[in-house]
Design a protein around this ligand. Structure first.
Ligand SMILES: [Zn+2]
Length: 85
């Protein structure tokens, strides 16, 4: 996840509230007969994948880059820093 401003390209009203959806790999052993899960390892993030970001205002999901690009296209006005969302 990058330390850059986001701006939702869909509703274009949200720069603050997001959720990250990423892929994890988690190993487990299964019992061959009963199908019971025997042993589970800690989830590990899959390297090199661009995270998917969800806007918590309109529920739009997309690549992180789309949110970053939208923020770059429409940077927040420094004069409206006191605006309450
Ligand atoms: Zn949105």
């Amino acid at each position: 996840m990058q330390e850059k401003p986001y701006f939702c390209p869909n509703c274009r009203s949200n720069r603050i509230k997001f959720s990250i959806i990423s892929s994890y790999s988690q190993r487990f052993l299964k019992d061959a007969i009963t199908g019971t899960v025997q042993q589970v390892t800690e989830p590990e993030a899959i390297e090199g994948q661009e995270p998917t970001i969800q806007c918590l205002v309109c529920q739009f999901t997309g690549n992180e880059l789309r949110f970053i690009k939208q923020a770059e296209r429409e940077p927040r006005e420094s004069t409206s820093i006191n605006t309450i969302y």
